[in-house]
Design a protein around this ligand. Structure first.
Ligand code: AMP
Length: 570
């Protein structure tokens, strides 16, 4: 099944946003009017006004019992008018706990729609995309099942096994489906790289759902390039690739010994610096495609370094609950990225969220949001979520025709606080940006970070765990005390007024600390989360750590500590 998209559709959809949203709500309510969940509020009605008046705004905990009843074998109509055919697992590293969401084929149809839409927007800006291939780092794993036998997978895995993906894949990607579906992520990553290297001249873009997977791929390449080259030289795939379907298909792509190609790759990888390695190994690459907003913004400097500043395109805003929107201006600067909401995906409402005290404001429809204001989206989808709070905070940056565009600001519940101050994800990312700017003058590059509010000793203080790497491949990381202390200070200076006030005047916040960890620590952290059930494709390194196991892993890898040596100015 394939889904195509014509750019006129974009105008049509965004111009008629209000009508499309109203029709869609009517359709959802008619479909779900008699579910156990909705009947208690609407008594079978599908009238919008009644929906707004009677249906409560909910969080996951409120709908969890209904979802679990279906997962445990009760009929789908406990929550959904149409049969639930599978469950999607949210990545769980963003909000803490893992959640499951009921869906059916329509979810993947929407995903195919938004993917097709984003591709046609990008190809309008970058012509070449139509001819070449994309080297993607997509991963799936064998789905688990609910007690009632329905599959439970991550969004990407669900999509990769859906009919919608099967038709689009073979000619567009350097990796065959067998590699994407290989349930061993380590083998899959190696084979993705091998397939990409063999077809290096056809690669016009490099992609992964989130930027952290791309940086992870480069790290694996750094560790494995000699082995990859030896496979290319001999025409044999390494023995440890034991997934036979994957092995056979990659051997076929390899097509026999190729020492000329192995020499070229070796020469590039042996260079002292890996600056621009993406464009050197894949010279036709025109852009990088992956989400670089929200917590993935931390990877922008690394991707710029490895790609010699190729355009970084952050294509869509999506989740396990629904697809939201696309970036209609794909070549804009990272700080200007916004997503235009698609009114045909779900019924969207918005809860005002300007107020950091947590007071809740009015709820407005999609077309009624105001430029500059902050909102949390509420999702009413086809599969049983009604007025569901997403926990993401967005800011309206403009309109495309009548459809609003949103900048992703932060996850709602990610904050640091050791006293009365509240430091949001956005504050943390801003501080990190200042620090990485400062780091540019050194020979170091930040590969990963997370943080933690330590209140075990008073006054409490913020601890940032940093993994650093030398810009030149074989160089060891040399830590310059002055630079590192300055990074601590720069971060503190960029925090909000309340932080600086409590820190400076009242001394109730201690000096910010950076703990430099060994190389590979963030890779181990990812493995820990994946072993606890996180998805390799959807994995987002946690901005703040609150698991004692993860914290112990970090603590065991600390090499050096640095503290801010002055109070930030007010
Ligand atoms: P999941 O359900 O595991 O796919 O995670 C969905 C969450 O990932 C969203 O609620 C956002 O917090 C985050 N996310 C998805 N797309 C983007 C994006 N384009 N920019 C920033 N964060 C995103």
């Amino acid at each position: 099944m394939s889904v195509s998209f014509d750019l006129n559709d974009l105008d049509e959809l965004t111009s008629n946003a209000k009508q499309i949203q109203d029709n869609l709500l009517k359709e959802i309510l008619t479909l779900n009017a008699n579910t156990g969940y909705l009947r208690q509020f609407l008594n079978g009605s599908s009238v919008k006004e009644l929906f707004k008046k009677n249906v409560p705004v909910v969080r996951y905990e409120d709908v969890k019992p209904y979802i679990e009843r279906v997962a445990n074998g009760e009929p789908s109509d406990v929550i959904s008018g149409k049969p639930v055919t599978q469950f999607l697992l949210s990545s769980g590293t963003s909000g803490g706990k893992q959640k499951i969401f009921p869906v059916n084929n329509k979810f993947f149809e929407d995903m195919a729609f938004i993917t097709a839409q984003s591709s046609s927007i990008i190809s309008k800006h970058i012509e070449v995309i139509k001819q070449g291939k994309t080297m993607t780092f997509y991963f799936a794993r064998v789905p688990s099942t609910t007690p009632s036998g329905l599959p439970v997978s991550f969004v990407r895995g669900g999509y990769l096994t859906s009919e919608y993906f099967k038709n689009e894949s073979s000619y567009r990607y350097t990796s065959p489906n067998e590699v994407m579906l290989c349930s061993d992520n380590k083998q899959a990553m190696y084979c993705h790289l091998l397939c990409g290297l063999i077809q290096r001249d056809e690669v016009v873009s490099v992609a992964a759902p989130f930027a952290c997977s791309l940086v992870g791929a480069i790290t694996v390449l750094e560790n494995c390039w000699k082995e990859l080259c030896s496979n290319i030289r001999s025409g044999h795939v390494s023995e440890w690739i034991t997934d036979f379907t994957c092995r056979d298909v990659v051997t076929n792509i390899l097509g026999g010994p190729n020492s000329e190609l192995a020499d070229i790759i070796e020469e590039e990888c042996q260079e002292e610096s890996w600056k621009g390695i993406i464009t050197r190994l894949w010279p036709q690459t025109k852009f990088i495609q992956s989400v670089i907003t929200g917590q993935n913004a931390q990877f922008i400097p690394m991707l710029e370094f490895y790609s010699n500043k190729l355009p970084l395109i952050s294509p869509i805003y999506a989740s396990s609950e629904t697809m939201f929107g696309v970036n209609v201006n794909p070549l804009c600067k990272p700080q200007d990225i916004s997503y235009t909401f698609m009114p045909n995906m779900s019924y969207f409402e918005f809860l005002r969220a300007d107020d950091d005290e947590g007071n809740e404001g009015d709820i407005v429809d999609l077309v009624d949001v105001q430029i500059g204001c902050y909102y949390e989206p509420l999702v009413t989808n086809y599969f049983g979520l009604h007025r569901y709070r997403m926990g993401d905070i967005l800011q309206v940056s403009g309109f495309h025709n009548n459809a609003p565009q949103f900048r992703f600001v932060r996850r709602k519940n990610v904050i640091l606080s050791v006293n009365v101050e509240v430091t949001t994800e956005e504050d943390i990312l801003k501080a990190l940006n200042h620090a990485t700017d400062h780091l540019k003058s050194s020979d170091l590059i930040l590969m990963g970070f997370t943080c933690y509010a330590d209140i075990s000793i008073l006054p409490g203080h913020y601890i940032f765990y940093w993994e650093l790497k030398a810009k030149k491949v074989d160089d060891i990381v040399k830590l310059d005390n002055k630079v590192m202390v300055e990074c601590c200070c720069v971060m503190e200076e960029s925090f909000n007024f309340l932080y600086r006030k409590v820190r400076a005047k009242e001394g109730s916040i201690g000096p910010l600390e950076i703990r430099v960890v060994q190389q590979g620590t963030f890779d181990s952290l990812m493995k820990l989360f994946i072993s606890r059930g996180a998805s390799a494709s959807q994995y987002k390194p946690p901005i703040c750590i609150n698991s004692s196991e993860a914290l112990a892993l970090l603590e065991n890898s600390v090499l050096a500590r640095f503290f801010s040596d002055k109070v930030p100015p007010l």
